[in-house]
Design a protein around this ligand. Structure first.
Ligand SMILES: [Zn+2]
Length: 366
């Protein structure tokens, strides 16, 4: 296999080398006889196989065996410094131009056995169900389109209204009165005709309304705010289908996102943090019950809607590409507007007898 050295810089220091690729993590490598520096110098001349590198080093008078070179390459790969030269792009100049930033992003996560092109191909092969084309959904749709997902189904029942404009940047003045999903689908097609997009105008009034939509998708994003427990309908539908879900919302002065990885993480019903304690009534318990009667929609302003949408889309990218594990599975990641938008992870355990999680287990077994 030919390998190529990612962009990095190094300099000798005493018996070692200081090497920097990501400016915030300088690596110090032992190199008492200069062999690592010689290997890096040969690698920096262009793509090569282990055998070619071994021959080039011998020609320079550096006495290393083929096994030494192979071990050196293993070490550099484990540090994330190598990748496959034939997989740095997708090979089509138009596609590569469009995916330029995505390919560059994935360079930090590429290895010899996991290429940037493969990450992009996984995202392109994926089908995503987007629930809602409002404050969060409209920014999620734009982020997912930029990431290059292959197919999106967008579900909503609302029409565009003037009050949407403070935060829903998919829509234009002339769209007022038009179906949101029709305009969202049009935006996606105009943005990237290669994305397959299906608008679905539908009220979701129970888990059954989601059953056909969650079939044949790789991920569900967004949510439903029509009723207090509507998010549990999505929870049930994704667990039955075995499809991961990334959702979120806002409450006055904080917003949060989470993900559910069916059969692997706790689900939303496992999260009892917002459920009143059944014991002796306390002021905290009463306040918790009262909080559940409040409606929190429409408090989003543009910057917050965009941020929540982008955090959901970034968690979605973890599921779709696998560049790193999901970070919000079985946790509420709460971002507090009153502390300068510092996120706090609030993981919750799996309920031993969770009836919703049991659906996922039953599906996996059957
Ligand atoms: Zn559960």
């Amino acid at each position: 296999m030919r390998v190529v050295l990612k962009e990095c810089a190094w300099a000798p220091l005493g018996d070692g080398l200081v090497l920097v690729r990501d400016p915030r993590e300088a690596l110090t490598l032992a190199d008492p006889d200069g062999q690592v520096a010689a290997l890096l110098e040969e690698l920096s001349t262009g793509p090569a196989t282990a055998a070619e590198l071994s021959a080039a080093l011998s020609a320079r008078g550096v006495a290393v065996s083929a096994a030494d070179v192979a071990a050196g390459l293993d070490g550099l790969d484990s540090l994330g410094l190598l990748e496959r030269p034939d997989e740095q792009t997708l090979g089509d100049p138009d596609v590569d131009a469009r995916q330029f930033s995505n390919l560059t992003f994935f360079a930090s996560y590429a290895r010899r056995d996991q290429s940037r092109a493969e990450f992009v191909r996984r995202v392109r092969a994926s089908r995503v169900l987007v629930l809602g084309a409002g404050g969060v959904g409209s920014s999620v749709v734009q982020c997912l389109a930029g990431l290059g997902v292959g197919a999106m189904t967008i579900v909503d029942r609302d029409d565009v209204e003037p009050r949407n404009f403070a935060r829903q940047f998919l829509y234009r003045h002339r769209d007022v009165g038009r179906s949101k999903v029709a305009r969202a689908a049009e935006w996606v097609r105009e943005y990237d005709p290669g994305i397959e997009v299906r608008p679905v105008e539908r009220w979701i009034i129970g888990p059954g309304d989601l059953a056909d939509l969650v079939e044949d998708v790789d991920l569900v994003v967004g949510g439903i705010d029509s009723e207090q427990d509507a998010h549990l309908w999505v929870n049930e539908a994704v667990l039955r289908a075995g499809v991961p879900w990334v959702g979120g919302g806002m409450q006055r002065t904080q917003f949060m996102y989470f993900s559910v990885d069916p059969g692997r993480s706790p689900c939303l019903l496992c999260d009892e943090s917002d459920r009143p304690d059944p014991g002796e009534p306390t002021s905290a318990g009463v306040a918790q019950r009262l909080s559940r009667s409040l409606r929190f929609n429409n408090a989003l302003i543009g910057p917050i809607a965009m941020q929540l949408g982008s955090l959901i889309a970034y968690e979605a990218l973890r599921y779709l590409s696998g560049f790193e594990p999901p970070r919000a599975a079985g946790a509420q990641v709460v971002v507090d507007l009153r502390t300068g938008l510092v996120p706090v992870w609030q993981p919750f355990p799996r309920l031993a007898d969770c009836p919703a999680c049991a659906l996922a287990v039953a599906e996996v077994r059957s």
